[in-house]
Design a protein around this ligand. Structure first.
Ligand code: AMP
Ligand code: ZN
Ligand code: ZN
Length: 380
């Protein structure tokens, strides 16, 4: 059918219009685009689930896809210039400047609509080195909020080394402090802690992160903790919890968890924006982030839910946004009313818990018991 033969020792480049090219590798993304006479900032370059920046090396045998950010002939809704992004759920397209403005407006709207924080509040922005949390740190700082970054080093080999570098780079660029917690130096890699503590990698990682987010916010006197969760994350989580009718978890699907005894307020200011919009923002602003996914979360079911929602969205733009926003407006209250709040405090660290010890302290003490180290060495 006139299709080019795929040769293992070449890079296969697929364009959205069906055009395919074979290029000799290994080559930098930048060089591939130059060869095809394509301007770097007119396309997103994707390999599997990864978004590639122009400096990334592509090996022979790999397939990359080029997604135009300039939607054929579309004009900016505000100024009529050529658009760089189409946003079907808003029935709109924007040029670079008006997209950046739209993006900031969506963040401001989420902050106001859900009463997340005020200008005088001290915000602890949890940064993983990935696109969402770095974009969040940039936007909040640009909007004039008082931000400080928090990076938790969980000791996931090269992934942690690179992600920490990206967080440090952002801290320098923004001229804002980055608090770093070297969890792995104190206890060991999260993988070892999870295994010996009898928990799955992702569950242990979540427990450790939540513990530090709250502890650092309390110890350092922050008003609120902000994370980079986006519309795709939130809608996927809602769908996953609904499919299993997990009542307790459904009540916690919300862009704001109010401060409760011993628990700092937690907010998600990117909840109105999709991953694609966030990737586009990062790209247009030249924000350097770690593109690789966390190696421990590759098989996470949330990817399946995200994919399902994206398929529906393609056929019916706006569904994802409506699904989440209408849940917040109507269903959320029903589930929140059923939520219990932790009544006791942890006998080891003083954090709120429903049991004698909190989930973090239980994990750490099981881990320390198993490596036969005196528990005291783990305390601060
Ligand atoms: P994840 O649980 O990996 O989906 O990340 C959700 C959010 O948690 C991110 O958007 C960040 O705000 C925050 N986060 C994830 N990993 C870290 C980390 N190592 N240090 C600080 N914050 C993190
Ligand atoms: Zn415009
Ligand atoms: Zn505890």
């Amino acid at each position: 059918m006139g299709k080019p033969i795929i040769i293992d020792c070449m890079i296969r480049v697929v364009e959205r219009n069906g055009k395919e090219h074979l290029i000799e590798g290994p080559k930098e993304v930048r060089a591939i685009l130059r060869k095809l006479n394509i301007l770097e900032n007119t396309v997103l370059v994707v390999k599997g689930d990864e978004l590639l920046t122009p400096d990334r090396m592509v090996e022979d045998g790999a397939t990359i896809e080029l997604i135009p950010v300039i939607s054929g002939g579309m004009k900016c809704r505000v100024c009529g210039q050529t658009a760089v992004i189409a946003i079907p759920r808003h029935n709109a397209a924007f040029c670079k400047d008006h997209f950046l403005e739209f993006f900031k407006n969506q963040v401001t709207r989420a902050i106001k609509e859900h009463g997340m924080f005020r200008k005088k509040d001290r915000i602890l922005v949890c940064v993983s080195g990935g696109k969402d949390s770095l974009v969040l740190w940039y936007v909040l700082t640009e909007l004039g909020y008082n931000t400080t970054g928090l990076y938790i080093n969980l000791g996931i080999n090269d992934y942690s080394t690179t992600s920490k570098q990206k967080a440090l780079k952002a801290s320098e660029a923004l001229k804002r402090e980055l608090i770093i917690k070297e969890f792995h130096l104190e206890y060991g890699s999260i993988k070892a802690v999870a295994r010996r503590g009898g928990r799955s990698d992702c569950s242990a990682c979540g427990t450790v992160k939540r513990h530090y987010f709250n502890k650092v916010a309390i110890d350092e006197g922050f008003d609120v903790v902000a994370t980079g969760h986006n519309l795709d994350d939130e809608a996927a989580r809602l769908l996953g919890n609904l499919l299993r009718w997990q009542w307790e978890y459904l009540g916690r699907v919300t862009p704001v968890l109010e401060e409760a005894r011993g628990l700092k307020k937690k907010v998600k200011p990117l909840c109105r924006l999709t991953e694609h919009e966030i990737a586009t923002y990062a790209f247009l602003k030249g924000i350097d982030y770690i593109v690789e996914e966390c190696p421990m979360s590759r098989h996470s079911t949330s990817l399946l839910y995200k994919e399902a929602l994206n398929r529906i969205e393609l056929q019916s733009p706006g569904t994802k946004h409506y699904f989440y926003q209408e849940y917040l407006r109507t269903g959320r209250k029903v589930f929140q009313d059923r939520l219990g709040t932790p009544v006791g405090v942890c006998s080891s660290c003083g954090m709120p818990t429903t049991e004698r010890e909190c989930s973090f302290c239980r994990l750490i003490s099981r881990y320390l018991d198993s490596v036969k180290r005196p528990a005291a060495t783990g305390s601060q």
